[in-house]
Design a protein around this ligand. Sequence first.
Ligand code: FAD
Length: 482
Amino acid sequence: MYGHAFIGMVVILGGSMVSSVSLCWLRRDLRLQDNTALCRALQSGGLVQCVFVFDTRILSELASDDRRLAFIWLALQQLQAELTALGGSLWVLQGDPVAVIPALARQLSAGEVYANRDYEPYARGRDEQVSQGLVEEGRRLLLFKDQVIFEQDELLTAAGKPYTVFTPYCKTWLRMVTPAHTACWEAVCRGRLRVGAAPALPSLAELGFAEAQVDVGKMPIGSVGAQQLLVDFQHRMPRYHLQRDYPAVKGVSYLSTHLRFGTVSIRQLVGLALADGGEGAICWLKELIWREFYQQLLWHFPQVVEQSFKPQYVDLAFPNDPVYLQCWQQGKTGYPIIDAAMRQLNQTGYMHNRLRMVVASFLVKDLLVDWRLGERYFAQQLLDFDLAANNGGWQWAASTGCDAQPYFRIFNPLSQSQRFDPKGKFLRRYLPELAELDNKAIHAPCLAKQLPAGFSLGRDYPWPIVDHAQQREKALALFARA
Ligand SMILES: Cc1cc2nc3c(=O)[nH]c(=O)nc-3n(C[C@H](O)[C@H](O)[C@H](O)COP(=O)(O)OP(=O)(O)OC[C@H]3O[C@@H](n4cnc5c(N)ncnc54)[C@H](O)[C@@H]3O)c2cc1C
């Protein structure tokens, strides 16, 4: 399988046998800069080889033209060029890491495999199995904190329990963070990365995937792309708190996909926000803290993947009308703000946070569809899909999560549309069929006294599939019965 592999040199130091090669297994940390596992591997003193495995257990669940595969592949291409420039190389393999990683470690005589910790239940199980496989052959898997500032049990309540309410968690987080938490790892790579050992990066087609579906212009790739986005965001950061809720305005950072795949370091982002310290920066920092809040929740309560956090809502009897679900997925509900948001998701793999909250609430509380079906659809479509944030966001909107929106608070899609896209700029971008409607009618064509000549509701744009006021009452009754 590893045609170009070589046998790593083994040296004897002070009487004990020390392997001169270690492996750095990249997963959701596709960058060389400030990468904890890579820096620790380099610090160990031996030569380091980097590897990425396209995990067939994950791939079997994805479509072959999944946008994320293209994003990862393009990031790997960039990584390989960076590594080559530093005299290193990158192994890109495909298979089950439980078999692939110990086999590569054996082939390279690598004594240690360095990796950054992943908190998702699947990853935790996988890493345990990989570790076992390595230990059986006298090797070790070493895991490090990298994608968060605080992990696992580092922040607990005074009673020693995990936090389940955001505000006190956030306060403690802000109180505990020190400059040491945001200090970046120095990567002195040259000379320590093994030269010319890995085979060439297989093409997407060779890996069995379709060609890149990511619009690189809109989503800059790899750590270079992340830094471009960051530079662009930094001068907007002071206004973040004022602009972040308006989907037609460039108010947010668009860094979520980079945070998901680790093409940017969380320490760099937190460090910048703390150094700025202004209202916009701190508001943005709190969003990064939400990210960690959900990560620690998933770590402590992995059962949320399958069920409601709140036990009283585990068995909510959602009617789950498949036609409603399909209209929602396709952006054909007759509610422009919902339809524009869903089309943004389907076309770009991104959706603005305000809209994620509104469409999630609409699916659960207007269409009475189980939040897990919406969560699953987001998981398929989002370029930035992250189990912890997605599950947390859905359970928040559905009122089933910890510290969630109370069940009786139900977003009104019309007033959300009028408030956060007052001139219909975002609506017109994704619903060209409504472009000629005036700024009032565009939010609810079915209520307009007059529509443009030649525009026919029902033919050119759907009538609303449900009545918000009626569905609201049904949702309240459903939750009240629980
Ligand atoms: C139903 C629902 C599903 C979501 N699914 C995901 C998901 O799969 N992946 C994902 O990264 N985010 C998810 N979010 C959170 C949020 O919508 C996105 O992180 C944000 O829209 C990404 O855009 P940005 O990078 O420009 O964010 P910014 O506003 O610039 O925020 C900076 C970063 O903070 C983090 N962040 C922001 N808001 C949240 C939040 N509410 N919860 C957790 N982290 C947050 C993200 O990493 C984001 O990149 C979801 C929210 C909801 C309501």
